[in-house]
Design a protein around this ligand. Structure first.
Ligand code: TRP
Length: 330
């Protein structure tokens, strides 16, 4: 039986952190055997909001690839590639832009939201308005049936389906309608209890060394009412406990009970946590260190993956051009 095709992507905007790992990557790793997977480093999408400062873009692309591979994405099994290496995506983006009504893009909740949130960046641009159209091109160029994403992407997936439907309606059945597959998420707060996010500066990155992790855990803020070590604690509002729930599977209930009774101080509790986080992350960290020693290997992996992905893209674009009656000169 042929495997269904999956496509997903991440923007190369910096090192990935545990929020990205538990929110998406962990799922991707598990899907690799069941599906034919295409994972894209979407650098054009990064430009839609970050066009003014591109000095770190190359490093970030390599960094994301290193993060993926060290987290368990197997480039022999899955195709990992760089979006801008596939020119056919830009052609499809252009062709789709002919049929996508402006109103679909303007009413997209992420568009309206980001315009306000990123006010200082001036993203009232043509490229940013077309963000979901570019995402549709990413997905449709691979004729992917399944797209593993977080909840924040559901509106984009809905638009991708509408665009596919509209194309199929005008030019004949060409694209499958891509279905979102919601990532199974382990809820991990940021170091300060808010959502883990680079902009809050409260992350643990996959590239953090054990020393950095230990230091980050040590400086986490705990229950403010637990001042002395035998004060009873309130683990339900303590981000250290939020971490224990993810990293201390067998122990966290016990830790909870001891904390509530004032049987353990925060220093000891964090020490235990740091040990567990470090031992969970150590294999990834080691793999990443090794990979980054020889960045050419990473570039080579990306070049191979991009070539493979491009073969599929070329087939699709041939079909699309044919359906639209564009003249083939080659
Ligand atoms: N918009 C997605 C995000 O911010 C990234 C993305 C770009 C994507 N193209 C994609 C995700 C195609 C899935 C499929 O997370």
């Amino acid at each position: 039986m042929t495997k269904k095709r999956i496509m997903s992507g991440m923007r190369p905007t910096g090192n990935l952190h545990l929020g990205n790992y538990f929110g998406a990557l962990e799922n991707w790793v598990k899907l690799q055997n069941e599906y034919e997977c295409y994972f894209s480093i979407v650098d054009w999408h990064a430009l839609t909001t970050g066009y003014e400062d591109t000095k770190d873009l190359r490093d970030n692309i390599i960094g994301v690839a290193a993060d993926w591979i060290s987290a368990g994405i197997d480039p022999e099994n899955s195709t990992i590639f760089v979006q801008s290496g596939i020119k056919e995506i830009s052609e499809l983006h252009l062709l789709l832009s002919m049929i996508v009504p402006l109103s679909w893009l303007e009413r997209c909740p992420t568009y309206k939201d980001q315009l306000v949130q990123l006010r200082e960046k001036n993203i009232a641009t043509y490229g940013f308005l077309g963000y979901p159209n570019l995402q549709a091109a990413d997905i449709l160029i691979h004729r992917a049936e399944v797209v593993p994403v977080g909840e924040d992407q559901l509106a984009h997936l809905e638009l991708s389906r509408e665009i596919a439907r509209r194309f199929n309606h005008i030019f004949g059945e060409t694209f499958p309608e891509p279905q979102a597959k919601l990532n199974q998420i382990k809820l991990l707060p940021g170091l300060d209890g808010r959502k883990m996010s680079k902009s809050y500066n409260n992350t643990i990155a996959l590239s953090d060394s054990p020393e950095i992790i230990i230091e980050k855990v040590r400086s986490m803020i705990t229950d403010p009412e637990k001042i002395r070590k035998d004060d009873p604690g309130h683990p339900d509002i303590c981000s250290v406990h939020g971490f224990h729930k993810v990293f201390s599977e067998n122990e966290h209930q016990n830790i909870y009970e001891v904390c509530v009774k004032g049987g353990m101080g925060c220093v000891a509790c964090k020490k235990k946590l740091a040990e567990n986080v470090v031992s969970f992350m150590a294999p990834m960290y080691e793999r990443r260190l090794k990979l980054m020693e020889n960045k050419d290997t990473i570039t080579e992996i990306l070049a191979n993956g991009t070539k493979r992905a491009r073969n599929v893209a070329k087939e699709t674009i041939r079909l699309v051009r044919d359906r639209m009656n564009l003249l083939e000169l080659e």
